[in-house]
Design a binder for this molecule. Structure first.
Ligand code: AMP
Length: 197
């Protein structure tokens, strides 16, 4: 089962991914977390992406595609992957199709967490106060929202054309969001079993 958690920054993708991993043994692949780990570890990759990330811009497709490829190789026995913050551009979505295709797999479900801009701004202001993530500062966050609208939002019609999108109200309480995701997963598992017959 390969699930793409889709939504703007602050929609709750990371929170939901962690719950699904704890409950179902999926492996979360968050390119944002991988990049932050590279920065924290002082690697050459970390040095290259540090400034780009702090500004709120996207790092290059090549960098994140390679991270995802390596992370899938490192988890050969995963019961499923949750892609969190990836793909963020159409070329990344095409690369993901190819990476999964090489392994005899595909994207099974795209969960779109829908949260309005006002709520996003409030959530991120709160996270900035709590965690101090540099790209949560108001200026960088505005850039992230613009990048999302320009480069990431077009992925929704891309996946809708494949009939893979389920929309979940990301403004609901965390548990209700999780329940909405679980219902969509159950439906996908059922459909996959029917198609396999
Ligand atoms: P996130 O934790 O997913 O919000 O990502 C934090 C930052 O990491 C983003 O604002 C980008 O600078 C970078 N990043 C994470 N994932 C990607 C991606 N798939 N493509 C490009 N940049 C990414």
């Amino acid at each position: 089962m390969n699930l793409v958690l889709f939504g703007p920054p602050g929609a709750g993708k990371g929170t939901q991914a962690k719950k699904l991993c704890a409950e179902r043994g999926f492996v979360q692949l968050s390119t944002g977390e991988m990049l932050r780990a590279a920065i924290a570890g002082g690697s050459e990759l970390g040095e290259r992406v540090h400034g780009i990330m702090a500004s709120g811009a996207l790092v290059s497709d090549g960098i994140v595609n390679e991270l995802i490829d390596g992370a899938m190789d490192s988890n050969p026995r995963a019961s499923g992957f949750i892609f969190d913050g990836f793909p963020r551009t159409i070329p990344q979505a095409e690369a993901l199709d190819a990476l999964l295709g090489n392994r005899g797999q595909a994207v099974d479900l795209v969960l779109s967490l829908e949260v309005d801009n006002e709520a996003l701004l409030a959530r991120i202001a709160e996270r900035f106060a709590r965690e101090g993530r540099p790209d949560d500062n108001p200026e960088a966050f505005r850039v992230r929202l613009v990048k999302y609208q320009e480069q990431t939002a077009p992925l929704l019609p891309f996946y809708e054309a494949q009939g893979k999108v389920v929309r979940v109200n990301g403004m609901a309480p965390v548990e209700m969001v999780t329940e909405g995701i679980s219902a969509a997963l159950r439906q996908t598992v059922k459909m996959r079993a029917q198609n396999a017959k």
